[in-house]
Ligand binder design. Structure first.
Ligand SMILES: [Zn+2]
Length: 169
């Protein structure tokens, strides 16, 4: 493994070695923690987002970059698990600017969910709170669309009768 040690300006050899030993020690994870290695590209991408949203994150009690990554991973895992629960019943077919096409395997139908006037509407059920709408809310692509459009959507509360256990039915 190649190791690049940059020189510290104005320091003698011993100072250089001590400096880099301390730097390396700083990077060792504390007891009870694990560290992972990612490419500069990935790191910079996440760190850039962290820096830009730092103030909002502090309001949520997130005060460090690792705290930010942890909360991101938890959020993504939750979405992924929600998605997995729906997967046997629903599949994403296509996503475009104002329309998300979903395959409902239970009802054996292709369903179009339209985004109009900041609201989602299911063409099959003529509804704004059916299982298909719930499924669209679990798609990361949906959040990319609304972010690109600068729309803020508050998720509606789904009717109790439509939710059994944790799955939309
Ligand atoms: Zn529907």
């Amino acid at each position: 493994m190649a190791c690049f040690i940059p020189l510290v300006e104005g320091a003698n050899l011993l100072q250089q070695v001590l400096y880099h030993r301390d730097t390396l020690n700083d990077k060792m994870p504390r007891a009870g923690f694990k560290s992972i290695t990612v490419s500069d590209y990935v790191y910079n991408r996440f760190f850039g987002t962290y820096e830009r949203t730092r103030r909002d994150l502090e309001l949520k009690g997130i005060t460090s970059f690792s705290g930010y990554l942890t909360s991101m991973m938890e959020e993504i895992m939750t979405k992924y698990e929600t998605f997995s629960r729906h997967a046997p019943f629903m599949e994403k077919i296509d996503v475009d600017q104002n329309r998300i096409t979903v395959k409902d395997n239970k009802r054996k139908r292709i369903v179009e969910v339209f985004l109009k006037d900041d609201k989602l509407r299911c063409s099959l059920d003529e509804s704004i709170d059916c299982a298909h709408i719930g499924f669209v809310y679990s798609l990361p692509e949906f959040y990319n669309i609304i972010a690109a459009k600068g729309i803020r959507i508050s998720r509606p509360s789904f009717k109790q009768s439509k939710i059994k256990g944790n799955a939309f039915i």
